[in-house]
Design a protein around this ligand. Structure first.
Ligand code: SF4
Length: 281
């Protein structure tokens, strides 16, 4: 058993490597040769503090119009006319440039969640990413920071993604179904989902990820269209969402509560990686 001081000197890359080794050997829990879960998460947090990942404070680079064959969705269309600002109703056609879409979302008051938010949580990661992670809605930390998946659950997600060499620094884009925090972290309401879904669909349309990863039962059910189905029954298969391959798995916050699911998450990451690499039949 290594001492704590030696453990906290490890880099996040080493923590990810050790975790990967342990999972490949069949381990299902997070014990990293003397590094506790908290120490591993601290490593990731410290690395972020050193500026390995930039918080998006300005609109990212625009992307081109989508090329994927996707079904049209309510509120989602194509335009070459740039962004029109919204204060309530969305424009009939959302813009095809990423910066314009983000600008509209940041000012959106289309549903009641606008009144209680600190800020809109649009995304994190590059809009050129190979993987798009989709969560449910911002929590308190996200509402305060404007960045999705911060706090311990977000750090744990980063660590697990690093085991398959994916990072929101260069290859992972993260967004939620809802861009504003529901009060008290309650479940999203159908009218809120309907109001906000055009943003998510357009994000997928513009980012054009090779794969989607839905984390947690809410986003898994929504993206698979299998309302009422247990998450365990949706795992282990490749679904599609508007033409994009989709893998579903547990929410990282659930993994922190139940370490037995880490092994399953790892299996889902392997499936996801095979989809991204084009190895999945
Ligand atoms: S949750 Fe979505 S639809 Fe509702 S105000 Fe926020 S950005 Fe607009």
């Amino acid at each position: 058993m290594s001492g704590s001081n030696r453990s906290i000197e490890r880099s996040p890359q080493e923590a990810a490597r050790l975790l990967r080794q342990r999972l490949e050997m069949g381990g299902g829990e997070l014990y990293l040769d003397g590094m506790t879960r908290e120490e591993a998460l601290e490593q990731v947090s410290r690395a972020k503090g050193k500026g390995t990942r930039q918080r998006p404070t300005a609109a990212p680079t625009s992307t081109q119009a989508p090329t994927q064959a996707q079904s049209p969705a309510p509120g989602v269309g194509s335009s070459t006319g740039g962004a029109a600002k919204s204060s309530g109703a969305l424009p009939a056609v959302l813009p095809d440039d990423y910066a314009g879409l983000r600008e509209i979302a940041l000012e959106c008051t289309r549903c009641g969640l606008a009144s209680g938010r600190t800020q809109v949580v649009f995304s994190d990661g590059p809009p050129t990413a190979r993987l798009m992670v989709v969560g449910e809605a911002p929590g308190a930390n996200e509402d305060a920071s404007g960045v999705p998946f911060v706090g311990m659950a977000g750090q744990f997600l980063d660590l697990l993604l690093a085991t398959v060499e994916l990072s929101r620094k260069d290859s992972v884009y993260i967004a939620n179904v809802l861009k504003c925090r529901p009060p008290g972290n309650r479940d999203p309401q159908p009218e809120e989902i309907e109001a906000c879904s055009p943003f998510l669909l357009k994000q997928i349309d513009l980012v054009k990820p090779r794969a989607l990863l839905a984390v947690g039962s809410f986003s898994a059910r929504l993206l698979t269209g299998r309302d009422g189905t247990a998450l365990g029954k949706l795992r282990g298969a490749v679904h599609t969402y508007h033409g994009v391959p989709l893998v579903v798995t547990y929410h990282p916050a659930a993994l922190l509560r139940n370490r037995r699911w880490i092994r399953s998450f790892w299996d889902d990451l392997q499936l996801l990686r095979s989809v991204i690499d084009g190895d999945h039949a």
